[in-house]
Design a protein around this ligand. Structure first.
Ligand SMILES: [Zn+2]
Ligand SMILES: [Zn+2]
Length: 409
């Protein structure tokens, strides 16, 4: 039995007991994929959720994605003939895009040109500069980082916008989270408005003075900040982060953020009460002795922006023709479920534990290479060129990743 057949068989038994549902299913374009290929066919449509679920049960594709867009004729091709009616917004946060120390442990690379290899996540070979072949893995710690980004986005959606509609979060089935925004207000946004939204979330070209953080007068001796009651959006977010930073009084952090000595940061914190009172009552940020106010406060503000701004792939977030994994279906590169998670449950959600759907029955696989990995609360490996008996869910994970083959075939 080949790897593809092995996976399809297990996916089929999963889909005999599990259903998925897509809002406005009849207006969506679907795409399916096979072993090693996420999208091999597009321009598929289903009249209802039950038609979709029969298809999942009968065909059990290894990947299934749907359009964020709504169309009059979703199965029609080319794209221009579909009759575009509007689109949801889906933001994706992938562990590929976050820099975490764990990648040094679980990721590795090899250079197809000169044969060099090593640990960690890099793009170009340090020896010859060629594009490297990456072997990327995800662990609880890098997935937790993508969850933080998800919470940042939810914070923006709940506090800065009034888009209404529905926010739906799901694990991607592999490297991170998808956040689907649906509803009439979202649906009608054009491409420019979607880019504007992205600029806001990523704090692109942020102008502090427009938010009320600005020098006063020609001499620039005073640096002003907005009053809490008179500000909103980023202005309010930065003001409250700034107040929190001062209240917490972490001298080293303030020194690093403002590029000043610990001694000067300590002096500032010793005057904390007065500094905070001046901010709240006068809208003025305290002067730092011997340091240009503007430089100091703008440096602090820039760091605070980085703590709150989102790191999203601009290209894919604004793409209105993209298709994305159907929530509550399996990811054919891991065998994990792209599980829906309510915002209330997100904090406690552990993707490598809660998205495992296959059993503990034992299967023998031949593992080419794998670092230590985590599933369902257990730790496996590292393995290299060895035959191992594993629980079915771990065997499916490795075979789907192409890190292992079924033993004895
Ligand atoms: Zn090389
Ligand atoms: Zn990791």
């Amino acid at each position: 039995m080949g790897a593809g057949e092995f996976l399809t068989g297990h996916f089929k038994s999963f889909y005999s007991k599990h259903t998925a549902s897509v809002p406005a299913v009849g207006s969506r374009e679907f795409g399916i994929g096979e072993f090693g290929k996420k999208i091999s066919r597009r321009h598929i449509s289903f009249a209802s959720d039950s038609e979709l679920n029969s298809f999942l049960h009968e065909r059990s594709p290894l990947f299934i994605s749907y359009s964020t867009a709504y169309y009059e004729r979703p199965a029609s091709s080319p794209m221009s003939s579909k009759g575009f009616l509007g689109a949801d917004i889906v933001y994706e946060f992938d562990a590929d895009d976050v820099k975490t120390e764990c990648k040094q442990e679980h990721d590795s690379w090899s250079c197809p040109k000169c044969g060099a290899e090593g640990k960690g996540a890099i793009d170009a070979c340090p020896t010859c500069g060629a594009h490297v072949k990456k072997d990327e893995w995800y662990c609880p710690s890098c997935l937790e980082e993508t969850k933080k980004q998800t919470f940042r986005l939810i914070n923006f959606l709940e506090n800065d916008f009034s888009l209404g509609g529905e926010i739906s979060v799901n694990f991607s089935g592999n490297a991170g989270y998808h956040i689907h925004l649906r509803g009439d207000a979202v649906r009608s946004l054009n491409k420019e408005a979607r880019i504007e939204l992205l600029d806001y979330l990523t704090a692109k070209d942020m102008d502090f003075s427009k938010l009320g953080f600005a020098e006063s007068g020609k001499s620039g001796k005073m640096f002003l900040c907005p009053f809490e009651a008179e500000t909103s959006g980023w202005g309010k977010r930065l003001l409250s982060s700034l107040i929190k930073l001062l209240e917490e009084g972490d001298v080293e952090k303030i020194a690093a953020f403002g590029a000043i000595t610990n001694k000067k940061a300590k002096d500032l914190i010793e005057n904390k009460k007065l500094v905070l009172k001046t901010i709240r009552e006068k809208g003025i940020l305290f002067s730092i002795a011997g340091r240009k106010n503007t430089q100091f406060w703008e440096s602090v503000l820039s760091h605070l922006v980085n703590e709150s701004a989102l790191d999203v792939d601009r290209q894919t977030s604004a793409d209105i023709n993209k298709i994305i994994r159907v929530p509550e279906t399996l990811h054919g590169g891991t065998g994990l479920l792209a599980k829906n998670v309510s915002i209330d449950a997100l904090k406690e959600f552990k993707p490598l534990r809660d998205s495992v759907v296959f059993s503990d029955s034992r299967v023998k696989v031949f593992i080419n290479k794998s670092p230590k990995f985590y599933l369902k609360g257990n730790e496996f490996g590292p393995f290299e060129n060895e035959e191992v008996e594993l629980p079915l869910y771990a065997a499916i994970y490795l075979v789907a990743r192409r890190s292992a083959d079924l033993a004895g075939v």
